[in-house]
Design a protein around this ligand. Sequence first.
Ligand SMILES: Cc1ncc(COP(=O)(O)O)c(C=O)c1O
Length: 550
Amino acid sequence: MLNRQGRPTTPQAHGVADPAAGMGDQAARLQGDANRSSGSTAGHHPTFTGNKALAQVEPLLFEIGRYDTTGVDFDEPEDFEPRLGGLERKEPIGLPGLSEPETMRHYVRLSQQNYGIDTGLFPLGSCTMKHNARLNERMARLPGFSDVHPLQPVSTVQGALELMDELGRYLITLTNMTAVALSPKAGAHGELCGMMAIKAAIEAKGEGATRNVVLVPDSAHGTNPATAALIGFKVKPVPAREDGWVHVEDVKERLGPDVAAIMLTNPNTCGLFEPQVAEIAKAIHDAGAYFYCDGANFNAIVGKAKPGDLGVDAMHINLHKTFSTPHGGGGPGSGPVVLSERLAPYAPVPFVRMKNGSFELVEHNDEAGGPAAPFGRMTAFHGQMGMYVRALSYMLSHGADGMKQASEDAVLNANYIRAGLSDLLSLPFGNKPCMHEVLFDDAWLKDTGVTTLDVAKAMIDEGYHPMTMYFPLVVHGAMLIEPTESESKSSLDLFIATLRDLAMAAKGGDKERFTGAPYHAPRRRLDETRAARSPVLKWTPPAPVAEAAE
Ligand SMILES: Cc1ncc(COP(=O)(O)O)c(C=O)c1O
């Protein structure tokens, strides 16, 4: 008999009968789950269950459920006449049946293995893990918002349309742009939307065949070149300089009649505001091209600087970053795009418009009525209503002064961390003020035998989600730390003290603390290359119990 850690249990040693005897199939299956918990037990007695007190091991739903039963009691249909001509399923469907308490316990346990902004400081740079205020959640659950259906007649959803209109107006005001497309569902989707508007504008000028190059700085997020390439542009990199900034001369050198646009992130992914951004915008416009700004880091400048004033033509705003809506993980995200006057006519449908005293949704290009046609649509419906409600709730509850203060606090917190660590960690661009995130490299780990990855794993043992690693690519062994603006001073102090302790351990030769980490997580270090190259995406039923127990 194996326990969940794959160790043979030795009932004789305890002078008792096999403790798993008579536990039934389900428990026996769990007993055979050899590799589920491989956490370090160094210095501790391994537990029979694999649990470590409140840190519970949780098998898959498929492994704990029964296939011959269900947690829900359905009535047998009366006088049921099959109408599928014999095609109806005759075998059990193979889904695990669990009772409500079992289901609840499963998901609660899984949630306890997760790390989120509600559990601790989340220093993931370039991702802006903001606190999701409960007020926003409450607003999004109001039945008038949560129950609307995208196919409802517009006369029945006037309030929802008004909310979209108001959110759009605030985004336009905060950025000083002309139009907004709310429907894109993530930052990367917003990039695609903005670049499609640029492409439409270029084609409308008859330059579609000649302007086919997009300039992208080396420090850009991977989604930038991917977006440009996806819609047929050639990507020309702009190299990074030693100061972490994009220089206007480097841009000018690459400008020509073939350049359609630049995709520039500001503040950039090195955590720095681009000081030459206005000159770059002018050079781009003088060359007849467009300025796409990756607005992922807008949270550092809301209320302080307006992208429209800097010459930006299109910019996406990740509502899940700057405006505190939950990160969707590919699910319910939202990445509205703001557009300059030059690109506004190409904004996609649908959009909200006030006509004869009520709101309407413009769904088709020929209804837009502007000087040029929208380039089409990005989504089947209108975007993520729940995210719009949360973002507007964030804006209204903060007010203009509150949003400005959030930006200032984000920058202050990042600089506090920079100042607290600059004597031990290395800063690739010198010890100069940063924006909302601070970028370290791995020069400080030279000759220690410890890598950026090892430091990240050791942070897990300390109860922190790691910072962003190895991004941006322009910095060796990058460690990009972005503390949320809502972190208290004491929380930042503990984080700094923890990283100082780790830094001193690495420099002091305590390599083992890092190379074997994480020691205390539910999972030890994974073979990340294998996990990426050969992911196991399919669950296969376990071997019959008798075999598994042998
Ligand atoms: C600089 C930058 N650009 C674009 C994106 C893409 O945004 P999303 O994840 O919402 O698609 C990210 C995401 O982290 C980012 O950091």
